[in-house]
Design a protein around this ligand. Structure first.
Ligand code: SAH
Length: 410
């Protein structure tokens, strides 16, 4: 059985343009009467076909659109096909030439599967689910991963930001050889990955995101280009994603600031690990200083004109469009202070991972910071999320990470 859903007149335009979200206010009617979550064919009020999707009244997004092709047959096989195609689009990452084995296999709506993030860390796969839709097909996703990748372990978690609103269990689930298994959470070893010549140890269960910020991969590798013999500041370092690449490139000093003490401890552990592996010089530990606390405050205490290179990678400050004004002020302030601490001719890598902040506004913010700091800023490069986190053209919400490499002239 498939529902037939009619969209209110005037609410169909975005959907015809392949935007995948339908909220309850856009629904004219549903037939037969709603009983439980299920697939639906979706029409305009004039009866024109729009798309097929999944309707669930308990979900924050009542209808997720999945296909704009009327001939597609909805069901488990179709969902499996979507996920299989998403993984196969990443085949380059699994080739001999690949310089990493931390790979996002599915980037939710941008890979046509609402609410499913799947990250491969070496032989392990971590799922972070944020929709009822994706949760109900968990076993199907496990089957696809098993068939294509044969991982040693699949760990399925739900996204803390959405779990309670969607009514998803926060219980962590484990799958081996395609079957759900019970494991002692305390006993699961971390897993080691390689990214552009650097080893990172990804915590099995704790940690932010799925354990690592894979989306910054290409930007971290790029930062090496500006780091040799340089005095560097890594602001919001987490476990040292950038710090390690700066050390690899021969940075003279790196100071890492983060509010999470455990992330900073892990940063130092990873410096040792890479010294041992000889991916960075043996005296690297002596070049690193860690500082825990509020970066927005701590950076003020730094000496003016001290740094050659500063990384600014703050957390998502604008969670919603409503919070944008406050967030812009915080970004502007952070960037202005960094501009005071950088030397004449120094480089700042500045990022924002708030999807609500548009790339043009991010650039404008940097120009305001420069004006207040009484410096000139040249944009050398415009950066984004790594390519396994695609931006779907019809879904602007999937563009979230923005970065600029700027040179500061005093
Ligand atoms: N650059 C990192 C990712 C940074 S994510 C990498 O490449 O891996 C953002 C980081 O900001 C998180 O580690 C979080 O702990 C930290 N953070 C959040 N609020 C903070 C604050 N007020 N001051 C300092 N760090 C903060």
């Amino acid at each position: 059985m498939e529902y037939k859903v009619t969209i209110k007149n005037g609410k169909e335009k975005q959907l015809l343009n392949h935007h995948p979200w339908v909220f309850s206010g856009a629904i004219e009617n549903i037939t037969p009467e709603y009983a439980e979550a299920g697939f639906a064919s979706v029409y305009t009020s004039e009866g024109r076909f729009i798309a097929k999707g999944y309707y669930d009244e308990k979900s924050h997004i009542i209808l997720h659109l999945l296909s704009w092709n009327e001939k597609d047959v909805m069901g488990e096989e179709f969902i499996k096909k979507l996920f299989k195609e998403s993984i196969l689009r990443r085949s380059e990452f699994f080739s001999e030439a690949s310089t990493t084995n931390a790979i996002r296999l599915c980037h939710s709506e941008a890979d046509f599967i609402p609410g499913l993030v799947a990250d491969a860390y070496a032989s392990r796969v971590k799922l972070v689910i944020s929709s009822r839709f994706a949760y109900s097909f968990l076993q199907s996703f496990v089957d696809v991963i098993e068939a294509l990748l044969k991982p040693s372990l699949i760990i399925a978690t739900t996204d803390k930001e959405y779990a309670s609103a969607e009514g998803l269990s926060e219980k962590i689930r484990f799958f081996k050889s395609g079957k759900e298994v019970k494991l002692d959470e305390g006993k699961i070893e971390p897993v080691r990955i390689l990214e552009g010549g650097i080893y990172y140890e990804i915590p099995a269960l704790r940690g932010q995101k799925s354990g690592f910020y894979i989306d910054q991969r290409e930007n971290r590798i790029l930062s090496e280009r500006y780091a040799k013999d340089k005095v560097c500041l890594d602001v919001c370092s987490y476990t040292g994603g950038f710090t390690l690449h700066l050390l690899k490139a021969g940075a003279k000093k790196v100071k890492a600031i983060d509010s999470s003490e455990s992330a900073l401890r892990h940063l130092l552990f990873q410096v040792h690990l890479n010294e041992e592996k000889k991916t960075i010089k043996e005296d690297s530990r002596d070049k690193v200083e860690i500082l825990s606390g509020d970066a927005f405050e701590l950076i003020r205490a730094e000496e003016r004109n001290k740094y050659d290179l500063i990384i600014l990678d703050p957390p998502k400050l604008a969670k919603t469009k409503g919070k944008l004004e406050d967030a812009l002020r915080a970004y502007k302030d952070l960037n202005r202070v960094a501009m005071e601490k950088i030397k004449n001719g120094g480089i700042i890598f500045t990022f924002s991972c708030s999807a609500a902040l548009k790339p043009e506004d991010f650039k404008k913010m940097v120009s305001w910071s420069a004006k207040d700091a009484k410096v000139e800023a040249q944009i050398l490069r415009v950066l984004s999320q790594s390519e396994d986190h695609p931006i779907r053209a019809s879904f602007p919400e999937s563009e979230y990470l923005k970065g600029l490499v700027i040179r500061i002239i005093k």
